[in-house]
Design a protein around this ligand. Structure first.
Ligand code: SF4
Ligand code: SF4
Length: 436
């Protein structure tokens, strides 16, 4: 039997109630709280940021002991997709998990190569039977109170795949973005919300595991903490994506089981280590993105996220967006309100709003500011023009043709309510006079 690295799947655990009861008999300070976890998390993520290259070398050496996994290093998404296409051979059906590296970075390249991809996470909702979907959401894990100690204790390794030798293999390829990898021994970690990852590990004929370089951690303990923290801090952000999307619906369980025993036993397991512009971040002022655990707590708080997620087909988080910009795939995040909510929520304290500014400034230095930016960045000028020309400005602003022109030029939606301008300003009113 070919040896593969251990794969740990972390899920919420119902054991937390028992632990709480047991806690009555033990010392209170023996428990980890959210702040203590944040401190440890910053340490282990900082270690990866400062030791990325040696950690990658160590991971490659650790994986050499596993005869059952073929390792590839891919510099960019195109190279990774070409390798995936090669591995997939004649099979074009692909299941993938909801990881940003797979969905945001690899998926467009895979589509361009003719592969047919589905996010099995969504097909787990019984292909969107509305009643079942609602029930699943209502029962969602019965996870205990958010942010409390119960939540901290709720994520544990529930499934271990020490050998990938299942009995029900189907003819499709699974591409799974790994949440954390231990450089010390090659163990891989996933956080699982539904049962999609376990099912893919049990059923797919070919398994392709994708580790982006910042997901390589020192050892098993660090990788486990990282992955658990994704659940602890990102739990509420899961709700952002519980949105039926029929385009993703595909029932992999209905695929016929491969009858050929040999074909089942010789399942291919591949591991792609993907850079895609990440190591360059260490030298260009964006190195703090290396601290990110991809919990998407920032996405939950971001007031503009939903719109971007839907329109641009991303697994959205402000951090993912910055990364996509740096990879040359999207314009800068002009919609950002610089409200700072993402930074407040981030368990590792990444100053996301400043990084958004940085992308905007760098883009403007290279390409100049768009007409929209020039118009909207200086509301004072707009307000002065409006008061000087009122009530004409109000009348013009109400005309459908003008609204359409403003939508095209300044990006102001034609249904948006515009402010009403007055000749008499607030200052004039306060002084008791009138505008000359
Ligand atoms: S600062 Fe920008 S990216 Fe961060 S939450 Fe606010 S709008 Fe979103
Ligand atoms: S940047 Fe966002 S996704 Fe990354 S760790 Fe901070 S909150 Fe989580």
């Amino acid at each position: 039997m070919l040896k593969t690295p251990g794969i740990m799947v972390i899920e919420p655990s119902s054991e937390q109630g028992k632990r709480r009861a047991a806690g009555i008999f033990s010392r209170k300070d023996s428990y980890l709280d959210a702040e203590a976890i944040k401190t440890s998390l910053k340490d282990i993520r900082g270690y990866t940021k400062n030791n990325c290259v040696p950690l990658l070398d160590q991971l490659k050496r650790s994986l050499e002991q596993y005869s059952g996994v073929k390792v590839t290093f891919a510099e960019n998404a195109k190279n990774a997709a070409s390798r995936i296409k090669e591995i997939a051979g004649p099979t074009t059906l692909v299941s993938m998990n909801k990881s940003n590296v797979v969905v945001n970075e690899l998926r467009p390249e895979l589509h361009a190569m003719g592969l047919n991809t589905h996010l099995r996470y969504f097909t787990e909702f019984n292909n969107f039977d509305v009643e079942t979907f609602k029930k699943k959401v209502e029962d969602y894990w019965s996870v205990p109170g958010m942010h409390g100690r119960g939540l901290v204790e709720s994520f544990e390794v529930r499934k271990q795949f020490l050998r990938l030798n299942p009995s029900e293999v189907r003819d499709y390829v699974a591409i799974l973005g790994v949440n954390a990898a231990s450089a010390e021994d090659g163990t891989l970690y996933f956080l699982q919300h539904m049962s999609n990852i376990s099912k893919d590990l049990e059923q797919a004929r070919k398994i392709i595991l994708v580790v982006s370089v910042e997901k390589v951690l020192k050892d098993k303990e660090a990788a486990l903490l990282h992955t658990r923290s994704m659940g602890i801090f990102g739990l509420e952000s899961i709700l952002l994506d519980l949105n039926p999307n029929p385009a993703e619906a595909y029932d992999f369980d209905q695929l016929p089981v491969l009858p050929n025993i040999q074909e089942r036993e010789e399942r291919e397991v591949h591991l792609i280590i993907l850079d895609n512009g990440r190591t360059a971040l260490l030298n260009n002022g964006y190195q703090d993105l290396f601290l990110c655990i991809d919990c998407r707590a920032c996405a939950r708080q971001c007031p503009i996220g939903k719109h971007l997620m839907v329109e641009r087909g991303l697994v959205y988080s402000p951090k993912n967006y910055i990364l996509a910009f740096l990879q040359g795939k999207v314009p800068p995040l002009d919609e950002c309100l610089h409200c700072g909510r993402c930074e407040v929520e981030c368990p590792v304290g990444i100053d996301v709003p400043t990084l958004v500014w940085k992308t905007q400034i760098e883009y403007a230095q290279k390409h100049g500011r768009s007409l929209k930016k020039r118009l909207l960045d200086d509301p004072e000028i707009l307000a002065k023009m409006g008061t000087l020309t009122a009530p004409l400005a109000n009348w013009a602003g109400s005309l459908p043709i003008v609204k359409r022109i403003m939508e095209l030029t300044a990006g102001i939606h034609h249904q948006a309510s515009l402010p009403t301008f007055h000749r008499r300003t607030f200052k004039d009113w306060f002084k008791g006079g009138a505008r000359e």
